[in-house]
Design a protein around this ligand. Sequence first.
Ligand code: APR
Ligand code: PHB
Length: 390
Amino acid sequence: MKTQVGIIGGGPSGLLLSQLLHLQGIETVVLEQRSRDYVLGRIRAGVLEKGFVDLMRKAGIADRLDSEGEVHNGFDIASDGDLFNVDMKGLTGGDTVVVYGQTEVTRDLYDARDKLGGIVIHEAQDVTPHDITSDSPYLTYRQGDEVTRVDCDYIIGCDGFHGVSRKSIPSDVLRVFERVYPFGWLGVLSRTTPVSEELIYARSERGFALCSLRSRVLSRYYVQVPLEDRVEDWPDERFWEELKQRLPRAVAEKLETGPSIEKSIAPLRSFVAEPMRYGNLFLAGDAAHIVPPTGAKGLNSAASDIHYLYEALLKHYTEGDDRGLEGYSDKALARVWKAQRFSWWMTNLLHKFPETGEFGQRMQQTDIDYLKSSRAAQISLAENYVGLPF
Ligand code: APR
Ligand code: PHB
């Protein structure tokens, strides 16, 4: 098989890039290790920056997002019983975010790929990049006993944190920066009316909690839990009780509880791999960087990589101009690091860190008091939350 751009990974990054390139007449093949049902069964975050929404529009797949996504003008920060609103729209001169689940984004992308007849090969095992520093790199994959070779101009690693592409970069070239946090998030999805129309990020003495939503009838809640905890340790009743204790009383009293329809625990990590290009292999999304979910930057950081990569590949194929490809790693990383800083800061602001003691708690409380009273501090928070320009 032969194509122009070989993409490893059929998550949001790989699918979005393949859709954008296809619309410009550039051929792609996407190799995905899992089945489509498996990919669509993953529940992930759901706050989209304007840049991401614009990219979905450019890819011609924003109809459902525009009709079903909920525009959010702000969010609340709660701390030990007190609560204030961050008016993102007012603070940024009109910018907002859209709440629309990543699972829905992925479904829309698959539908769009099907409609155009895009090639997405599922259950592709042992995907391996070859000759990545040559002008004729290729991929191989196996289905059953049959091994297939895909020749391409470029290989794009969109295969997430555990993928094969980053591992193909020699260890004396790749630099890794990492912070693993000493806790995780327990997330619950429930068919209940969300407690608030806007998100509530809550800091409390018992640890962090987040009230989010997927629609008017579907709520998504999280509580910070120790890394050792298992989902089995958290029957629904215990979850709801703990969530209530971490929210201001007026919010807790309004909370509608019900059976969970999904429950999972995710560890929190900050991670960046540099460079994001090696020869003719380019990394994008979770393959190159991970953020803790506190700032809702995971999917949005992936989208900014795809934006730069798409523009660079387009310039290469339409004008023979390779400057975008040459500058991709530096350009993408500059924005990636800013999203890292913001996610790290928000994580530090709102979570309970046992090791920082009472001094650390006072610092958090003071930081939140300052935010509440300073428009300048709120503007900084708001401009990062809605997303820095590409
Ligand atoms: N071969 C082929 N496919 C692979 C391989 C491999 N060796 N390893 C992983 N994959 C697939 C995974 O099954 C997954 O479907 O690559 C895909 C990567 O998708 P994601 O992990 O969703 O990463 P990405 O597309 O970059 O999406 C950005 O933003 O909010 C965050 O983590 C969140 O998924 C989200 C990400
Ligand atoms: C979510 O709705 O899943 C969500 C929202 C905001 C975050 C993280 C997760 O910061």
